[in-house]
Design a protein around this ligand. Sequence first.
Ligand code: LMR
Length: 396
Amino acid sequence: MFEQIERVPGDAILGLIEAFKKDTNPQKVDLGVGVYRDAQGNTPVMRAVKEAEALLLNNETTKTYIGSHGAPAYGDVVLPMVFGQGSPVLEAGRASATQSPGGTGALRLAADFIATQLPGKDVWVSDPTWPNHLGIFPAAGLTLHKYPYVDADNRLDFDGMLGALKQIPEGDVVLLHACCHNPTGFDLSQDQWKQVLEVLKERKLLPLVDFAYQGFGEGLDEDAFAPRLLAENLDEVIITSSCSKNFGIYCERTGCLIMVARNAEQMENVRSQVAIVARENYSNPPAHGGAIVSEILHSDELTAIWREELTEMRDRINTLRRDFVEALKPYGLDEKYAHVAEQRGMFSYTGLTPEQVDRLRDEFSIYMVRSGRANVAGFSHENLPYLAKAIAAVND
Ligand code: LMR
């Protein structure tokens, strides 16, 4: 039977990792997959994580299953990180946390929950969105639609977005990026989020908030503005949170599906269904990443170290954004790429065309997604002059 199976190209983002590894050009630059890089181009283990792991190694007493919702201690720290200490949503017992294998795992749980518990509801994603969104929801049997997000000039198209949201059939699910929009880096202002909230209310739409980059935009609390606003003002919200990125524990796959219901009673009903979905996918989530996060966030000392390290990463990315535009000045391209300094998070929708991206790879060994998305954390003060020169060459 297997003779009928067709070979397909690999994932466009993950494929860049392999292509970059094979490239022997000493000047090569990796702006592909969304992982943080330091000045040396490394993705180091954070100090708080190393210390937490040392504690875990000494204190861990069992490797038994942690249950379909994961470790309660993990949920206990993730919920206040997302909603804020003393949040009315938490006080009312409206939110449930289910530890998941990464933010991607949480998205798949959400997709399966929607498919099985909310039949007939379609999912709406921004155009563009993280390419894997386009795979995950249909894989769960859901129908996907798009709402506009950027205009022809590569700027946030908020009017287009809002206009499209107003046309979505009542009860459908709208996927929103809480912050650090992937792939564009264009985030909504607080005022724009309030306008989105009004449309969600009016159209009785269910928001699914993808919150993969908390702390990479403006700050841990600032980045949580949208999930907090929506959860405090709507009866029902789904949030997929990730600690894989902000704790730098990518390979530990550390995410969380957060279901917000009208009241504690309905939350428990929803929660019971999510346990089934998790069980049918992978039974119990992997424990280690969640254990690291809860070890850190249960310790004031480790939390302080982690916050400092996260601030350093965020500041570095935002500085590199400005320096990138500066580096383009000698080529008269600073205005053309000024938006890179305004965007937030790991990514920038640079506006480079697929053809320009191909040339950057073939002629300069600079790797990024063909949509023109660059991982800004891959910039460094060392490679910026080279990058600027290459971008100028492909703009000629
Ligand atoms: C990315 O968009 O580069 C990251 O979210 C990693 C991934 O899994 O695609």
